[in-house]
Design a protein around this ligand. Structure first.
Ligand code: HEC
Ligand code: HEC
Ligand code: HEC
Ligand code: HEC
Ligand code: HEC
Length: 647
């Protein structure tokens, strides 16, 4: 059976709309949360929200009843009629161009459909007001549709909001809170936790002498920002003898040898370069042999100066071995791959100074004393060595004093405060945060974590940039968080797209929160609810098997493998093995996807099978009923690795 061609129109559509958004207005909607007399402003990517009962709506509000109000503009390509549709638990009122288009009390998954509304060409004002329910999780998932496209979330590119002074102020506070956590302020100024990043560690000192070269250690300790702009490690040693102190500390650290590393075998530079390109290391790094350097990316020029022999290859294979919250992901490299990458990087790295570490006993003792008294061990761990440095807890830092100590524009020479290389903007953000009651550090939402860390971890430097990688926003609400957490951590054995030469890098400590965030940001729970099979699941699965087959069905198997059976026409556009899909994808995504793939992802090569009314072109299966047909395929996919072979 011939599938309907993917609508090229959708592509042209999206491009045209992007041009319509008020040019200087940022993407997303401004959202105000209020609980009692407290409120918080932020930017939301859509009218989406999921707040489990008893948890806060945002880190800046205490848990309890709340309201959320989204405001901004939605762009339309031409004058056209749209219908909004929402699943929610609580009260929702949606107003477009001053007309109420959807209003009601939501009862969970029973969607409420609003009345049809004509949107003008260009910007239309949109306001959504939500009140949390008396009991249960609060959530909202808003969709829209028009004559050509079935219900889908409003694409991010079509939403924008004006930047108000209040919003800018609130975003500055949020940034200050991020900076406070990232820069490990709480390691010295202790405070009760809740925000996951407060647990961020620093590389362990045990055995560090076997992994790092002495000269590099001395230079790093004296001035970390000179070697890596933007590093969260502050300069700790100051005063006229700072350089001597750094040398003694480096000598002491060099004396801490662990079990010797195996010597790395010589690698193949050309193979290393090819792998570097395939794995898109340049998403976060300036390739070592490329002259134009982006200052925001991490340099790899120092690998020879920094890593002791064998340590670079060991690092590439397990970047988080001594530093759990490191931002460098793992790639499950084989020893040979790591050797080749190492050879490529070393081939164009700066020359090391090759200074042997001094071993003088008095010098090592001096170094050790500094490590124990200067604050290094507030952030770094070293076996049983005692930290003899203390600073005041956070509650003792009065807001008026956030211009002194660590936040002084120029700290006094004799101050024991570490020196951060903050810009004026960063200091302003930290001060704005310091002026709050700081209770936000005790609270956490996964959507908030995702918003911060997807930027810090450069998710969009790959997703949305390279052909064949899922675009980042398409991941919202697509996958079951349990699967995603394992996949991001690198502990799931399946590679969904074996045809890609690239791999998803692994971020183990970040994985669970990111996975939860990718669900809750789209209004779905962080724990996938039970999806019980209907009583006639066996019959439906049989029908589904026929639908997926080439014989009397849709011939899905021309692109999709099913278990052991390979796709029959792989040259078309490779699809994911359907025997893995039940574990991966949310049922709600599956239904939207099958109903009209290009309305979900305008660039996909998967064809649509259903007509504008949603009717199936196969009237002899389930009477051609669209939703029933889609449901039957789901029951077949539910069998996962027990899916019987399609014909
Ligand atoms: C290594 C431990 C350490 C870290 C990390 C640290 N501080 Fe400090 N901080 C201190 C010490 C010690 C002082 C007191 C300095 C002095 O007396 O001159 C201080 C002073 C301050 C003061 C001045 C308080 C006053 O009443 O004078 C502020 C504000 C401050 N720190 C904020 C921060 C922030 C924000 C961060 C993170 C960006 C941070 N600190 C990270 C140790 C630390
Ligand atoms: C998602 C971003 C990201 C990707 C992708 C990435 N890296 Fe990194 N890499 C980092 C960050 C961040 C650091 C700094 C880690 C630290 O020390 O805190 C780093 C550090 C390194 C270092 C050590 C540099 C030094 O001077 O300490 C090497 C070597 C390296 N990466 C190699 C690679 C290679 C090879 C690839 C591709 C296989 C790669 N990276 C892909 C983020 C990334
Ligand atoms: C506020 C926390 C903090 C303090 C205080 C601190 N460091 Fe660090 N240090 C870090 C972080 C975080 C990193 C990782 C750097 C990065 O990711 O860019 C680091 C990196 C290092 C490294 C590189 C380790 C490696 O394996 O690559 C050394 C060496 C080091 N610090 C030594 C010291 C010494 C010595 C002191 C005291 C004089 C000190 N640090 C004080 C947070 C801190
Ligand atoms: C170096 C490039 C790169 C970076 C950086 C990257 N990814 Fe990926 N990601 C990939 C590739 C390639 C795939 C597809 C892997 C496959 O299907 O075999 C993928 C797949 C995924 C998937 C599964 C999607 C699906 O439909 O199967 C998720 C979820 C994901 N990435 C999330 C993230 C998040 C979150 C970040 C940032 C923390 C991130 N990625 C950063 C390359 C990257
Ligand atoms: C022309 C090739 C082609 C045909 C025919 C096709 N698909 Fe797809 N399908 C794709 C592509 C391409 C994707 C997206 C793959 C990606 O995310 O990288 C996809 C994705 C999917 C997904 C999401 C899987 C996952 O785990 O993420 C499902 C489910 C799916 N298709 C089901 C079907 C069904 C059922 C049929 C038949 C009714 C069908 N497809 C026909 C190409 C095809």
């Amino acid at each position: 059976m011939m599938p309907r061609r993917p609508a090229l129109l959708a592509l042209i559509f999206a491009a045209a709309i992007a041009g319509l958004r008020a040019a200087d207005n940022p993407a997303g909607l401004a959202v105000t949360f209020a609980a009692g007399s407290a409120s918080d402003l932020s930017v939301a990517e859509n009218v989406w929200l999921h707040v489990p009962a008893g948890q806060p709506a945002t880190p800046f509000l205490a848990p309890g009843p709340f309201t959320a109000t989204w405001k901004g503009q939605v762009a339309a390509e031409l004058r056209a009629d749209f219908t909004f549709h929402a699943e929610f638990n609580g009260d929702l009122k949606l107003t477009v161009n001053d007309t109420v288009v959807l209003e009601g009390k939501g009862e969970g998954d029973k969607p409420v459909t609003g009345k049809s509304v004509r949107l003008n060409k260009g910007a239309n004002n949109l306001v959504a007001e939500f009140k949390s329910p008396a009991a249960g999780d609060a959530f909202v998932r808003l969709f829209w549709s028009n004559k050509e496209t079935p219900y889908n979330p409003i694409p991010l590119a079509e939403l924008s909001h004006p930047e108000t002074d209040d919003l800018k102020k609130a975003l500055l506070v949020r940034r200050g809170r991020d900076l406070f956590a990232e820069n490990r302020c709480a390691k010295c100024h202790t405070t009760p936790g809740g925000m996951p990043e407060l647990a961020m560690d620093a590389p362990a000192f045990d055995g560090i002498g076997g992994r790092r070269n002495f000269d590099w250690l001395a230079r790093w300790i004296a001035d970390p920002h000179a070697l890596r702009p933007g590093t969260p490690m502050p300069q700790v040693l100051s005063g006229a003898d700072a350089k001597d102190k750094a040398e003694s500390v480096a000598a002491y650290l060099s004396s801490l040898k662990g079990t010797p590393l195996p010597e790395a075998k010589p690698g193949d530079i050309e193979a290393g370069k090819a792998l570097y390109e395939k794995l898109h290391c340049a998403a976060c790094h300036n390739p070592p042999d490329v002259a134009a350097a982006d200052p925001k990316k991490i340099s790899q020029k120092q690998v020879k100066a920094k890593f002791s022999p064998g340590a670079l290859v060991a690092f590439l294979q397990k970047p988080n071995e001594h530093y759990a919250w490191i931002r460098m992901p793992g790639f499950k490299l084989t020893a040979e791959e790591a050797q080749n990458l190492g050879a490529y990087l070393e081939g164009s790295a700066d020359k090391p100074a090759d200074r042997p570490a001094p071993t003088d006993d008095a010098l090592l003792k001096k170094g050790q004393a500094i490590v124990q008294t200067a604050g290094c061990l507030s952030c770094h761990v070293l076996g049983s060595a005692k930290n003899e440095f203390a600073a005041r807890p956070l509650t003792d830092l009065a807001a008026a004093k956030w211009t002194a100590g660590c936040l002084a524009d120029k700290p006094a020479d004799d101050s024991k405060a570490p020196r951060y290389a903050f810009t004026d903007d960063e200091r302003a953000a930290l001060r704005a945060f310091g002026a709050t009651d700081r209770s936000s550090l005790t609270r956490h939402t996964a959507a908030d974590f995702l918003a911060r860390q997807s930027v810090a971890l450069n998710c969009r430097e790959c997703h949305g940039k390279f052909e064949g990688f899922p675009a980042y926003e398409l991941l919202y609400g697509k996958l079951k968080p349990e699967w995603t957490a394992k996949f991001i951590a690198g502990t799931h054995p399946v590679k969904p797209r074996p045809w890609l030469e690239s791999r998803m890098p692994n971020f183990p400590v970040y994985a669970e929160h990111l996975a939860s965030g990718l669900a809750t940001i789209a209004g779905l729970p962080a724990k996938t609810p039970a999806d019980p099979a209907p009583s006639d699941t066996a019959d439906l699965a049989k029908a589904g098997q026929k639908l997926v087959s080439a014989n009397g069905g849709f011939a899905c198997v021309s692109c999709h493998p099913v278990g052991e059976m390979g796709a029959t026409q792989v040259f078309e556009a490779p699809g994911i093995n359907l025997a893995t899909s039940f574990d991966r994808i949310q049922p709600s995504f599956f239904r939207r996807w099958l109903r009209a793939p290009t309305s979900v992802d305008p660039s996909t090569k998967m064809p649509g099978y259903f007509d504008e009314e949603g009717k199936s072109p196969l009237p002899d299966v389930l009477g051609g009923d669209g939703p029933k047909t889609i449901g039957a395929v789901w029951e077949y996919i539910r069998l996962a690795d027990k899916m019987p072979r399609p014909e």
